[in-house]
Ligand binder design. Sequence first.
Ligand SMILES: [Zn+2]
Length: 295
Amino acid sequence: MEINTNKVKTLRECVKEVGEKGVAIGHFNISNLEGLHGVYNAAKKLKVPIIIGLSEGEEEFVGKNEAVALIKEIRENDSYPIFLNADHHYSFESVKGAIDAGFDAVIYDGANLSFEENVLIAKQCVDYARLVTQNTGRDIMVESEIGYIGSGSNIKETIPEGAGIKTKPEEAKRFVEMTGVDMLAPSVGSIHGLIKSGKPHIDETLVKEIKDTVGIPLVLHGGSGLRDEDFTNGIRAGISIIHINTEIRVAYLEALKKSMLDNPNEIAPYKILAPAVEAIEKVVENRLKLFNNIK
Ligand SMILES: [Zn+2]
């Protein structure tokens, strides 16, 4: 894939810039074109960079090459800083697949493996990304996860067993030095999905400690359901990217259900789905305002 780098900033440049400004880039997952339009409409309105995420399941449903083509089209046609990330890919092969297809960033998630195994595969992913960068000129960022924060963008009754064990700064530092990853997703109090009983919250002292120890951009996962001040405190402490998925899934589904109930005889998908696009746009706009300190 050839990226037009004449005008549009790279993801690495955008991440550096938000770190300096004390704001964060929003990362939102999509499963379809409606999702992409909802997220992009909100970003465009606020003129902020945006990352579109595809988990392994979402990627299989949307199609790797189709997703790359869509993002590339928007970025080049609108000269807009929009990027595609392979969210939580669990093997070297699946990370490689995303890199080969033209993704801008990948997350190798080996958080459920031993430290040694996690290091080994994360390093393999970094080496491959560097090789492709060298051969093509594309700048691919690699993120890894250390410490378990649960998995799945869904609604959970309680915090899953084993989740919420926080990342130790010294271990994070060793991990970064041994792998050379560009960004790190630590476990600092948030949990993937929406938790019905109790609210997780961000340990900002730990975020700051990890940030000062590892010295690379940090990414916050499991952002759905957190309080506004958790985000602002997290950003102040050193978070550069924030992931939201469950909240937009819920907004999409509720709007879609309502749309179908309100218009039982409507059969045109674009009419049935329009309110779902708007619902995603609204959630994303609110989150982006918060992350980018826009009143
Ligand atoms: Zn995540």
